[in-house]
Design a protein around this ligand. Structure first.
Ligand code: MLT
Length: 408
């Protein structure tokens, strides 16, 4: 008899965004005339920038000719892309990251989900609440938790992000091994200063911990004082891995490309207490389980760093940031409390005493607007909803008019 991985039975039946998509589809089937505006999952709506499309086409054209055709690429990604990333995203900001510390992948969701494979089963994992669900679910699948009780998995160290602490996790008051951080934050849209981030790096150094830093939304940062990468903090190379994505930066949600930075200084320990290079381990894992991102997609990603590409993708982010501003102002005018919406595409809204799924249903049925119920991101999200700025200006404007009508 073939037996299942029992850890999967601890998970909720479906992944948050699949669950929401099903509810929205059911509603649409029952109300075919409803014009539903989706401000739930953070999925981009603007077409790929012209420079990116040109890079993509060039890559496809090369594949059409025997002389320039490419088969299997390097698992770590083509050097032409890794070099551009290292220079533009890190070295130009004073962060000493080299091209061979970068691993190109098909996106940050896979990398943040897969990275935990490198660690022992009995490590102590610290996860914010609320949190992007993939971090938690993948640790559950790996057997690093007990059962789910009262909205929490036994065995996880939850870091509560509440209004009282400006939605920033507090340093753990006990020793933890692995720490997940995400800034600008998904789902709350909150940001972290360099000094605050330096405290986390200090904690990790003192405690022999590792930080998994998800910077998928860094391109939304417009406040130059905020760190765009954890490697702007001295000493972070020894204790932090960083995940990046072209999904939100350059509209690659359907194209798939991202990367992970694993500095060579980052060490973990085997059961004998001997040092092991995390870079070597991730490289070993990727070369066994991953065969690289397609050549045309890497050419498209490379074009993000061209002169025109930089201007065009910045304009796209500005477009979504303008939507975020419209949403924030509308929410304020309704009299609801919120955070985010600045340096972030997400607005985290206090549902003013309503349960988050009830609020979700209310907005869907009264305004045909889809949001994300905060409870889907953890127990601390139960009194919040998240609205995403990823949609057209027209749809966001219309959605906000409908929201005002439904809620005032
Ligand atoms: C979100 O809406 O939280 C994200 O877009 C989902 C994802 O990136 O997988």
């Amino acid at each position: 008899m073939i037996r299942a991985n029992n850890n999967y039975s601890k998970l909720k039946a479906s992944y948050l965004f699949s669950d929401i998509a099903k509810r929205v589809n059911d509603y649409q089937l029952k109300n075919p005339e409803a014009h539903i505006i989706r401000l739930g999952i953070g999925d981009v709506t603007k077409a790929l920038a012209p420079a990116v499309i040109k890079g993509f086409h060039d890559g496809v054209d090369e594949m059409a000719n025997d002389a320039t055709f490419r088969g299997y690429g390097p698992e770590q990604g083509y050097a032409f892309l890794r070099e551009k990333i290292a220079k533009n995203d890190f070295q130009d900001r004073g962060a000493d990251i080299s091209a061979d510390e970068i691993f190109v992948s098909d996106g940050a969701k896979c990398d943040t989900g897969n990275f935990q494979e490198l660690f022992a089963k009995d490590i102590k994992v610290a996860i914010p609440d609320p949190v992007y669900p993939a971090y938690l679910d993948t640790n559950v699948m790996a057997g690093r938790t007990g059962e789910y009780e009262a909205g929490r998995y036994n065995g996880i160290f939850y870091m509560e992000c509440l209004k009282e602490n400006q939605f920033l996790p507090k340093l753990p008051d006990e020793r933890v091994d692995l720490i997940y951080l995400c800034f600008p934050n998904n789902p709350t849209g909150s940001t972290i200063t360099k000094n605050q981030l330096a405290e986390w790096v200090g904690y990790a150094k003192e405690n022999g911990s590792l930080i998994l830093f998800d910077a998928a939304y860094e391109s939304f940062i417009r406040d130059e004082a905020l760190p765009k990468t954890i490697y702007e903090i001295g000493g972070a190379k020894e204790v932090a891995v960083e995940f990046r994505s072209f999904s939100k930066t350059a509209g690659f949600t359907g194209t798939r490309c991202g990367f992970t930075v694993v500095p060579k200084e980052c060490m973990i320990f085997n059961s004998k207490g001997e040092k092991i290079s995390l870079h070597a381990l991730w490289s070993r894992r990727q070369s066994t389980k991953f065969n690289g991102v397609s050549y045309p997609v890497q050419k498209a990603a490379e074009a993000v760093y061209s002169k025109e590409g930089k201007v065009q993708v910045r304009q796209q982010i500005d477009y979504y940031l303008n939507n975020a501003d419209i949403i924030s102002k509308t929410i304020a005018s309704i009299g609801l409390d919120y955070v985010g919406g600045k340096n972030s595409p997400y607005i985290w809204i206090d549902s003013s005493g309503r349960d988050s799924w009830e609020f979700f249903d209310l907005l869907l049925t009264k305004a045909s607007v889809v949001c994300t119920p905060g409870a889907g991101f953890g127990r601390c999200g139960k009194d919040y909803i998240r609205i995403s700025a990823f949609n057209s200006l027209e749809n966001v404007t219309l959605a906000m008019e409908r929201l005002k009508k439904a809620l005032t």
